[in-house]
Design a protein around this ligand. Structure first.
Ligand SMILES: Nc1nc2c(c(=O)[nH]1)N[C@H]1C(S)=C(S)[C@@H](COP(=O)(O)OP(=O)(O)OC[C@H]3O[C@@H](n4cnc5c(=O)[nH]c(N)nc54)[C@H](O)[C@@H]3O)O[C@H]1N2
Ligand SMILES: Nc1nc2c(c(=O)[nH]1)N[C@H]1C(S)=C(S)[C@@H](COP(=O)(O)OP(=O)(O)OC[C@H]3O[C@@H](n4cnc5c(=O)[nH]c(N)nc54)[C@H](O)[C@@H]3O)O[C@H]1N2
Ligand code: SF4
Ligand SMILES: [Mo]
Length: 770
């Protein structure tokens, strides 16, 4: 019997990354508790974390050898040296013949693993490429674009002080199911218990969090811009704006006020289909609250008028002065920003698509490949993402992947995306290596959590850092061994001298700057305690952050000056197993994080004010051919993006049911438990149907995170809907190209007898997916 060990780690099922204390026996996690020593999550866990052993314990679906596509279209196992050698050779040929635009990268991290990211990007830079897509650029880039305009950089990012707020406003997010901020259910329960604190929810569905609300504005799906516009208009008509805050900290209020005063308030409230009295009551709550924080997520950001929604949501807290103070919204620190900042002239070749925060939208990915344009995308790496399931229009995405000259997928399992690849490289999973996440969405105190492995890598797999290091080396891009050995010696004995030598090397040679992460891994990494080599790239941001925000670092309790402060910060993040506070800039710290040199918020964003003026109520009318409005990707109790590949992890909702309002279900002539066809202009999926009385009439919902395909001894099974089979790349935001997944126009009918038979056959096989 192997001994039971207790370890600290983190949950990887959403970007809150709660601290876990786990019991481990051999290669199994046998018990999961909340880590009370974790200062961020303080022992909290949601319904999903206890099911995390389904990610670690079942290795039946793990990849354990590199795979190469055969001419017949299936895969053959090959050894690592062959895989790395062939991939490196093909990359060199593409780089020499076509240059950087031919190479693209997707992913580089999921909800709990961002440590591979710097290595993937090093390869990208070595290829001379800046064609980069990830999950954020199909949900958050509208928000980032607005942040760039208002705060001066697209990686100025706001967070919420939920714990201290007097009024929590939740728009298009369901923290009860999706969390999204720390201790979500507890924090909501605390607000509910305190009669002085209030909760306002804006969501078409009576969500689990709306059940706790003091007021729920149950708007018509897709009409947030109208409702938020009307709310803001009422605020300025009443003179409710915070004049002192506006004068002290902002520019452009007059233009904003003029645009808001033009809004036909009653018409727009009618479009949103909420009682006028409720809207007035909401404004009363907002204007009387000593502090308010606004919490949004993809219910607003993947809804119609997405980028405009993000602008209006920010005006709500800015015009009322609920920014950079206790209980409000504020900018948060990052050890290193998760994304970049793009200039307005930074566009992709072929599509001319604007980059935002250094990212391109997956909605434009097929167009970047399926063309004869000389600068088209030819070689593509996907790491820690499953775009064949998670990106709009599955059929088109798969067609594009098959049109590439080279596609490499790095994953732990044979995903739907990996099935399209030329090479599949098996990674060690998130509890078999050093990892961290980068979502430091707290305000004003920020924590960073580096996790130590619980298990050694599964045999046959490699850690991402090692995979990319081997590729870069095989491409011939690494400095010579003597240079590396000298750096290693310096790193072990004299960090300031190492810093100098490292800087000299990377500043002297752009090709070494490109692969700085890999050089750190192979030099400094080799000297780090406990085999934490992969964490070496954090050394650079630790020094940069300490140099820029020394006050914040010391405010979080890490001592030192100059170079020492950076070293101490790096040592702290490496050694603290329950996460460490790395920055506390106080509530006023938002101003030092702003990037406009005068530290004043730009309230007037001309493109947004134009859009507001052009909003047309007719656009909110239902499509007669596709009359229902689908939440295309609802967060429920047991979905977690595409992370867990074992259907048994779900305690409920095994088939990923379609939810309909009882009246809408009756209109189809079907009943609960029937198989239904959901159709759009793009595609058709067949799903089981259930009733949900909390939906608005006319609104439907399908869950996010299903559609995994497994091979069983009795045949191939798709578990739950491949939702993006029905979504359309062009149904998206005009600026950021964010898909309008929360407002997908559909029609529903009963499935045909042959569809029913096929679905029943597959449903019977789900139990065989071990
Ligand atoms: N259980 C679970 N939790 C998760 C995840 C998961 O897969 N499963 N994924 C994580 C990730 S990556 C993300 S991005 C977050 C997303 O988290 P959320 O955004 O909270 O999740 P969703 O359920 O997609 O959508 C939120 C709400 O939008 C509402 N909605 C639909 N249409 C509209 C509309 O037109 N206007 C408004 N105002 N609301 C609308 C829906 O009714 C729903 O309540 O969840 C994270 N947490
Ligand atoms: N229609 C519709 N589509 C949506 C959404 C929606 O609401 N509706 N939501 C969108 C949102 S908000 C998001 S965030 C995306 C999420 O979708 P994706 O961007 O595809 O990301 P994940 O689901 O997190 O993908 C996780 C992948 O990483 C793999 N993996 C797990 N651990 C490791 C590891 O250690 N190393 C490596 N290399 N791989 C690993 C998993 O096997 C899986 O393939 O989906 C988006 N797509
Ligand atoms: S809130 Fe997110 S990180 Fe925390 S336990 Fe739930 S899924 Fe895991
Ligand atoms: Mo997401």
């Amino acid at each position: 019997m192997t001994a039971v060990e207790t370890h600290k780690t983190a949950c990887i099922l959403c970007y809150v990354n709660c601290g876990l204390e786990v019991e481990v026996q051999g290669r199994q996690i046998t018990k999961v508790r909340g880590d009370r020593d974790n200062p961020r999550s303080r022992g909290y866990l949601c319904q999903k974390a206890g099911r995390i052993p389904f990610y670690t314990n079942n290795t039946a679906h793990r990849l354990t050898t590199p795979l190469r596509r055969t001419p017949a279209g299936d895969f053959e196992p090959i050894d690592w040296d062959t895989a790395i050698g062939e991939i490196a050779e093909k990359l060199n040929a593409i780089r020499a013949e076509h240059g950087g635009y031919a190479f693209g990268f997707y992913g580089g991290g999921g909800q709990g693993n961002t440590l591979g990211g710097p290595y993937g990007l090093a390869l990208s830079k070595a290829m001379g490429s800046s064609i980069f897509y990830n999950a954020l650029s199909q949900e958050k880039t509208g928000d980032y674009w607005v942040n760039g305009e208002m705060f001066g950089a697209q990686n100025c990012h706001t967070a919420e002080d939920v714990d201290h707020t007097d009024l929590l406003v939740v728009i298009g997010s369901n923290p009860w199911m999706a969390n999204g901020f720390t201790r979500a259910r507890e924090a909501v329960a605390e607000i509910r218990k305190d009669p002085a604190r209030k909760l306002l929810v804006i969501d078409p569905r009576r969500t689990e969090v709306a059940e706790h609300a003091d007021l729920h504005l149950c708007l018509r799906p897709g009409t947030d811009a109208f409702l938020l516009g009307a709310i803001l208009a009422i605020i300025v008509r009443r003179g409710g704006e915070d004049r002192a805050f506006i004068a002290a900290h902002t520019e452009g209020f007059d233009a904003v006020r003029d645009a808001l005063l033009d809004i036909p308030v009653d018409d727009w409230i009618r479009v949103a289909d909420v009682p006028r009295a409720d809207v007035e009551a909401a404004v009363d709550m907002i204007l009387t609250a000593p502090s308010m924080t606004v919490r949004v997520d993809v219910g607003l950001q993947q809804a119609r008028n997405s980028t405009l929604n993000s602008y209006l949501e920010k005006l709500l807290f800015l015009l009322t002065g609920n920014f950079a103070k206790r209980g409000a919204n504020g900018l948060h620190a990052w050890l290193a920003p998760l994304m970049g900042h793009s200039r307005p002239d930074d566009v992709a070749p072929v599509t001319g698509q604007l980059k935002i925060a250094g990212l391109l939208p997956p909605n434009t990915l097929p167009a970047q490949i399926l063309t004869n344009h000389p600068e088209r995308l030819r070689a593509f790496f996907v790491d820690s993402a499953n775009p064949a399931n998670s990106v709009t229009n599955t059929a088109l995405v798969e067609q594009a992947f098959r049109a590439l000259d080279l596609m490499v997928v790095i994953d732990v399992a044979m995903t739907e995306t990996a099935r399209q690849a030329d090479y599949v490289l098996p990674a060690a999973n998130q509890f078999e290596k050093w990892e961290n996440s980068l979502f430091t969405y707290e305000y004003p105190r920020n924590y960073f959590h580096v996790r130590a492995p619980l298990f050694p890598p599964l045999e046959g797999t490699l850690v991402e850092a090692e995979i990319y290091a081997r590729i870069v080396r095989a491409m011939g891009d690494m400095p010579d061994d003597r240079t590396l050995a000298e750096l290693r010696t310096l790193a072990a004995n004299d960090r300031p001298a190492f810093a100098q030598a490292f800087r000299a090397l990377t500043r002297g040679e752009p090709k070494y700057a490109a692969i700085a992460a890999v050089i750190l891994y192979e030099t400094l990494g080799a000297t780090l305690p406990d085999g934490a080599a992969a964490a070496a790239p954090w050394w650079l941001p630790a020094h940069r952050f300490a140099a820029d925000y020394g006050e914040g670092v010391r405010g979080a309790g890490i001592q030192g000056e100059g170079f020492d402060l950076g070293e101490n910060l790096f040592a702290a993040i490496l050694s603290e197993r329950s996460s460490v506070a790395f920055s506390d800039l106080g509530y006023e710290g938002s101003w030092s994080l702003m990037k406009h040199p005068d530290r004043r918020v730009r309230l007037a964003v001309p493109a947004m004010l134009d859009w507001l003026r052009r909003l047309d109520p007719a656009d909110a009318e239902p499509d007669p051919d596709y009359p229902l409005m689908l939440i295309g990707g609802q967060r429920r109790n047991y979905n977690a993006n595409q992370i867990i590949r074992d259907p048994r992890w779900r305690k409920t909702d095994p088939h990923g049911a379609l939810h309909l309002h009882p009246g809408d279900l009756a209109a189809t002539g079907g009943g609960a438990g029937d198989w239904m066809a959901v159709e759009t202009r793009v595609g058709r999926v067949v799903v089981k149907v259930e009733v949900d009385e909390n939906l608005r009439p006319g609104q439907a919902s399908l869950p996010h995170g299903y559609g995994q395909i497994y091979d069983t001894p009795s045949g191939r099974v798709t578990v739950g809907p491949r939702l993006n089979v029905i979504t359309d790349c062009d149904d998206c935001d005009p600026i950021a190209k964010t898909p309008y997944h929360k407002n997908v126009a559909i029609r529903v009918s009963r499935a045909t007898p042959s569809e029913v038979e096929a679905m029943e056959r597959q449903a019977a096989l789900v139990g065989e997916v071990a």
